[in-house]
Every structure is written in C-alpha cells, then in structure tokens.
Design a protein around this ligand. Sequence first.
Ligand code: SF4
Length: 779
Amino acid sequence: MFTLRMSVRSLVEFVYQSGDIDHRFLSVERAQEGSRIHRLLQRTSPDPYEAEVYFKHQQIYHDICFEIEGRADGIIKKNGRIIIDEIKTVHVPLSEIEIDYRDVHWAQAMCYAYFYLLEQNELNSILVQLTYFQVDEETIKQFQKELTRADLTAFYEKLLHDYSKWGELQKEHEERRNESIQKLVFPFPSYRDGQRRLAVAVYKTILDKDVLFVQAPTGIGKTMSTLFPSIKAIGEAKVERVFYLTAKSITRSVAWQALALMKQKQVYLHSITLTAKDKMCFLKERNCDPEICPYAKGYYDRVKEVMYQVLIQHDMIGEDILKEYGRSYQVCPFELSLDLSLYCDVIVCDYNYVFDPQVFLKRYFMEPGGKHMFLIDEAHNLVDRARSMFSASLSKSSFKKVRKQLPTSQKKLRQALQKVMKGMDTLIEADEARSFLIVKEPFLGLNKLLQQFQKICEPVLAENAKSAYEEDLRQLYFDSNAYLRISELYDEHYVMTINRTSSDITVTQFCIDPSLLVKGTLKKGTAACLFSATMTPLPYFLSLLGGDEDTKRLMLYSPFPKENLSVFIHDGISTRYRQRASSIQPIVKLIHTATALRCGNYIVYAPSYQYLHQIAQAFQNAYPEVTVRVQHSDMSDEERVSFLQAFDEEADQTMIGFCVLGGMYGEGIDLRGDALIGTIIIGVGLPQINEEQNIFRDYFEEQNQMGYEYAYVFPGMNKVLQAAGRVIRTETDRGFILLIDDRYTTAQYRQLLPPHWDHYTIIHQEQDLKAALDSFWNK
Ligand code: SF4
C-alpha cells in the first residue's frame, strides 16, 4: 500500500493555508526568540508540563496509508484534565487575536489531541489550548476548546479527505514513476570509459549514505552518470528527491537535457527548475507586498488549483510553464515553483537553495535527515560560493541614507539607526592609521544594536507600507537580518573585517573556511556527490568542502584520445605584474604563430581585463586582417550571447576571442567540433593580491603551512584548467592548449597539470611552436 509521509505542520498548512503571500518580515532572531519563548513557557508552567511530545500516527484513508508525525508543544495535566497546548509567538497586538484568529493553529493542536486520544482509550474528551505569546509586550493570551473523541475523529477524517486528492495524485505518480524507473536502462547505447565507474560509485554512495568527491574530465558524461543512479535510487525508495545543484544557469540546462532524454526513454518523473526570484518576477520592480503585487494577493486561495493543473499536465516544469500558469491564474511564478517543488522528484537549482542561510529552502532543510540526494555539479565553484553565502557585510552609509529619509516623528527608529552608526564608528577610530582592520572576535555589541533596530523597525514597516522611505528601510531590515543570521554561525573559521574609506565604514563577517558549514548542510540529506572536471589538488577541495582523509573519492581520466590534444608550455615569458608591459609583444607574436597555421576559432585567456585589452589591442594593431572579439566587463545580455554565437563551427576565416580567465567564458561554455580549436592561456591565473586573499593566506598558513597555495596558486590553477577544458569537448575534437608563463615548468605547477596532459611539449622559441603545431595539424 502506498504510504504518504508528512509532518502535521505540512499537512495542516497545505489544507488550511489561504490568503496572501507576505514575506515582509523575516526576523531570524525573532524565530530564535520563538524557540526560547516556547522553552520558557514550557518551563514556567505552574502545572505538570510535558514538552515537545512526539507523535507518529498511521491511518488508512481511501487506499492510502497516511503516516503523519510531529511534536506537540506540550501536554499539561491540570485538575485531572489533559490539555494539549500549542504555542504561537506573534507580533500583532493580542487585542487583535481572537479565538478564530487562525484555523491552521487549531488544526495543528487538534491533530495532536486526536493522536493523544487514540492512545488513551479511557478518555472521551480533551482540552485543546492555543497559547499566543506577544513578543514585544511579552504577554500571553490563551484560548481553550473542549473537544470530544467524535469531534476529533470527524476533524481528522475531514483533514485527510481534504488532502486525499493530493494523496491520490502522489500515489498515482509514484506507482507510475517507480514502474518506469524499474524499466530504465542507461539511456545511451553504451557507457563511455569511466562512465560506468562513476554511476556505480554514485549508487554505492547512496546505499552507504555517504559523500563522494569526483574529478571527472570533460567527456565522461558526468550529468547522466550521476543522475541515472540517483533516479534509480528514487525508484527503490532509497532517496525521495534529487537536488541537482549548479553554480551557473548554463549547467542547469545540461541537467535539464539529461532529464529530457530520460523522459524520451519513458521515465515518468516530476522535475522542476528553480530560477531566481528577480528573473521570475512579473513586476517591473519586485515588491512582494500583497497590497502592491496582484500575484501575491490571494496567492494561497488560488495556488492549489494551479499546482494541481500543472502536475497533471506536465512532468518537466521549467520557467516557461511556471510563467504561463502564473499569468493565467494570477499567482507569483516564483512562489509557485517553490510550492510545486514539494511534488517533484528532481529539483534543478542553484547552490544557494540548499546552502545559503538567507535563502535555503526551509521546507526541506529545517531538520536534518531528509531523504535527499545532492548532486553538486562543477563543485570547484562551491568553495568561493560557500564563502560568500556564509559571509555578510553591512555599511554605515546605508543606515545613514535611511536615517536621512525618516521624518522626525520616527524618533525611536532614528535613534536606533544612530546607535548602529555610532557602534560602527567605535570599531575603527577616525584617527586609526590603517583603513582595513581584521579582528577575530565578533562584534557582539553591534549585533545587539542591530537586534534593537530590527525590533523597532518591524512595527514601523508594518504601519508605513506606502511611505517614501519604506523601500530603503525594508532593504536595510533584510540586510541586517542577513547579517544577524550569519552572526549565529560565527566561529573560529571567521574573522571580522572593517574597511574604512573617506565616506564609509563596512563591517564584514568574513567566512574563511566554510568546510564545517558545507558539511553540516550535506548532512541534511541522505547522500551527496560533489563532482567537477577540475578538483585539483583534491585535498584542497576536500579540506574546504567538508571532506577529510576518509572521504570517498574517485578520480577519472579523460576518455578522449590523447593524440587529439596538443599541450604546449612556453616558459620563456614572465607574465608577473612587473613584466607585463614587456611581455605584450612576445605574447602577440606567439598568438599569431599559434593561430596562423590553421583557419578556425581560438580563445586567448588573460588574467585581468586591463592586460587582456592591452594584448588584444596590440594584436589588432599588428595583425589587422585577423578577426578578433574582445570580452568587456560591462557586456549586455545580447552582447554576451552574440560573443558566443560568433564561434561558428563552419568558420571560413580565423577568429580569435580575447577573454578574461575565470570570467563567464572561462568555464561552462561548450564549443564543440571546430567551434574552438585552440586556447592560449596567459599567466597562471593567480587571484589579484588583496586584503581578502591575504586573509586566506594567513589563515591557512597557520592551519597547514600552505597559505600561499590555498590563497593564490590553487584557485589560480583551477581557472587555468577550466579554461583549458574548453577545447576538447567530444571524442572527435582536435585542438591545442598553449600555456604561457615561466612558472608552468616549476615543480609546484607541474604537479598540478592533469595526467592526460603528460605528453606536453615545452616551447622556448616561436619557431618550435610553429613546427610542433604544423606537425600536429598535419597528422
Ligand atoms: S510576482 Fe514578483 S513581486 Fe509579486 S510576489 Fe512574485 S516575486 Fe514578489
């Protein structure tokens, strides 16, 4: 029999939720305050109070076994009576709360009362109590109802009845899905080299409830090799849902194509892509206030019908479908995507929906132990992304800006803002000689000031929704909220930085080492596979992404014929900052030599825009007959697309793209066949020396005496390897990689070159390159 597992909360919220979307308040410390208040009320109850009582109840309704679980806030024994207590913390004045304030609150308490009664045969009725705690005034208001066994039985039957349409939908889908998955065979005629090993390793990782790190070069078919065993595991109930996580939207489309291929093979899955809120929003300027956005107003009154229609008519739910239904039913397409995701087997989305403490999907990750499989694509990106997601900054100027806009009548709020600004001033004195300070201890005093600001801000925002300052104030409220959220994670893996300029002070909680936080997040699922073409050196990625010496790993080699790729290292040119001016002319000549022998498309990567533009300009001056395209830092969406479209496979003249290393064309682009036949990489990709990189350097120097490598060499080489990986995309592609820098032949860099480049040729003279390329192209 089909078993539907749900929490009490999800069930009652789904059935009872109605009205508008309202995300105007997110106060995290209020949420924590809520838990603290729960504990306080539970502790200080004058009567015997059993707190956090766990219930799990199974009931069959129309051929579905509903397994519903949850924790009642408390069971009180008073004067021989049993009271089921449900505590709700609220911000509205208690005078606005009456017995029928929220049906969903009663429903939650009534589920626990029903489950309790089923365990106590002698009882025929029970008291159900709602305790509302007003957090600002710290006052409580309670309501009680006496309910009989018959009342609660009828209530629960109705609850299951109201959900049964959805239960049926899930049952039918699951049966059809599992049957189709059982028949699923690997959707390609054969496995490529390494592909089967990867698929087996992923499947075993799921069975072992483990974490796997994989380095698999281009061509292995990582997307299908990781998705296929994960889908198989869904069919065997080893996992309930797969999160395919990416850093860039371009990789999302590759996963989507793999899912489409499985669909062609008659696999019935519900898959969804989550797209950023700003991209999904129908308004010119996003404002989710239900008084402003018609797609937020009454959202919950309409959304269930839309969801039902989408789920019965579509199995691959992408942006276009969400927008189409969003418009026709007047519901926010972004919220719709989140609500629909609960009914999907595969969720393709950005890393931040799982890792970012500001935006992670609470519906899945509030509690550990969900039956999720995390497939983390291009996981080398997770190091920087995790650092940024787990860091937070605030600037004095944003407080100043809001304070200026506030009318004098907002005295308390103005004072709170002033206090925060003063608090920031004291962190770095005006006469302090340095303008950038690094401090290990967190600024607890500033956190307190921010909490006070939040507390005062909330009612002001609620009452002044249409004021001129509302937008900036709300943004500041959210930013301080984000900052406070990060302050809860602050530990020895963080430092505080204070950056003072002539006009501003910026305070940052800077996450240096996100490993524990990443590891903690991965524990919210059953298993995880972090994979990339470039995880070299693996110990570096393991140490920063929560792995250790016992972590499972798999290193695969390129499945493509080695002879299709020529690798040249020119170690006669230094591209260090001081030698850049003198390096330009020799580099220009080398580029010409490397690209003149064969008509086709090439990319030259340089480490900074400035250097790139100097080289590109010098090249154009010297060889005006060659078509070049140069990447700029401020390209529009159309320019970005057209830049890539210029890499035509049928090119009848040579075209050279000049791109910045580590930029948008440095990874994730797939130029197959003759669309790209050579890349020239100038320099070793070192990040610019700055205060932040030096924080990493100093931290890791202390940790493992590899500060310079962790801060500069390894991240730099990762960009080089990614850029180099653009050339050979299929087994019939042919092309070359030319690395220009005298450091490449040092032991430190040689050991970072991938094994499938072990046939590289060291070039000292331009003529040597010409001869070697001539022989390569004429083979
Ligand atoms: S449509 Fe835009 S403004 Fe409206 S609720 Fe959705 S995201 Fe917010």
